[in-house]
Design a protein around this ligand. Sequence first.
Ligand code: NAI
Ligand code: MG
Length: 494
Amino acid sequence: MTAVPVDSPSAVKPPVVLPEQLHFIGGKFVESVSGSTFPALNPATGETICQVASGDEADIDNAVIAAREALEIGPWSKIDAADRGRLLYRLADLVEQGSADLAALESFNSGKTINDSRSDLMGVVNTLRYYAGWADKIEGRTVPVRGNFLSYTLRQPVGVVGQIIPWNFPLLMLAWKWGPALATGCTVVMKPAEQTPLTALRIAELSVEAGFPDGVINVVNGLGETAGNALVVHPNVDKIAFTGHVDTAKIIQKQAANTLKRTSYELGGKSPNVVFADAEMEQAVAGAFHAIYFHGGQCCTAGSRLFVEERIHKEFVERLAEKAKQRRVGDPLNTSTEQGPQVSEEQLDKILYYIGEGQKQGARLVSGGQRLGKKGYFVEPTIFDFVKDDMKIATDEIFGPVVSVLPFKTVGEVVERANNTSYGLAAAIWTKDLDKAHLFAKHVKAGTVWVNCYHVVDTTTPFGGFKMSGHGRENGEAVLDHYTEVKTVTIKLG
Ligand code: NAI
Ligand code: MG
């Protein structure tokens, strides 16, 4: 592994950030009603970047009032669908123009490498444009009912939506949530992750420039248990869209029960990545490496259970370990860095705990396994071999650069083992044999299946989980159902 020093001279300059960041409510930046704040940190150093307004019930209530007013009586309530699309196109253009600065801020606050942030920014722009295009293409139907009636359906916005997002793709998750909500005519109260609040506030600023009416978009910062929970229980919020941990989703599901609000969840996974002996070796090694180590493993789709056919297993692990040794870990703002820090001390501790458990339970540590340096939250790319299906490192989402290699013999066996998990977000297979590929794609229980590729996620294709990886789908046309209510209108004909 090559360590890239933090603040190396070849890096992109850290962005200038005002010392106090506020909430964005009703088109204005405002302090917390309580006046309380929390620090935003730079995970590469652990140092404080700035203080951020910390919201609670009162701030959420103000944001919901603004969002409700915008939905029911403001200019947004009367706007043509095509004009909603035009506003989204304008926002996409502004994000594109500002993407160099936004990417630097994203990396500074989240530890994501600058190359990954730049690529996320392209995803943000694509997503906003994709949903801009949908705005005037969401149609109802005329329905051939019995009797002398005309029946038709309208698809109307579900209302005020609360959106709670995590820290691993702060801007991309924002775009995945704002895009369909705004295209369908909803209004938004977003609660960004407390680790990464900064870029959402910049985009909120751009939304004013794009021309979105006041109150259509609101951003309230704060902790999950306070600001997040206040949004979930608020009687005037019609829907919660959540991305994060499965245990948080369980709490939200219970807390949302009193108001029976709509909910959709995109949760984590323990995704199986299956390599057959007939696969193109070089491609499969690179693919398996990318599957787990992309963004330091902080990815809901991370290929963390790597099943390798016994015949090639030894060579495959050797080649994977060789690549791990060459990984450039360090300053996220340096364009030559391949892996930045983990997002927080909490995540660092969680990953080190699981590495310890892997060793205790008898898996073979092939590579990595240590924290890197004393400053910031860096972890070596780690490989465990001969992992058993019931070891903690094979069952739990680690959300770090730790892969569990599990040798297998037959296709039937591996499908069964791949499905032996409560999760079902993604799965992949590497083979030249079409029969195996189709068989696996049909029988694996996952919302996304990749064949000879990994982490290919596009704004046009539905994305979400089977089983405990979530409810509903994001992206593509599929998500529009979650942001609209269908109304049937029946007229008696003379
Ligand atoms: P988390 O699920 O606690 O946080 C995600 C979001 O939910 C944040 O905005 C947080 O403030 C909010 N939140 C937390 N508790 C809440 C509550 N009671 N009510 C409403 N909102 C609440 O995830 P966390 O703690 O940041 O990470 C823990 C683990 O979750 C990670 O190690 C990883 O395994 C998983 N995770 C999965 C993600 C995914 O993409 N599916 C993203 C981030 C984390
Ligand atoms: Mg949490």
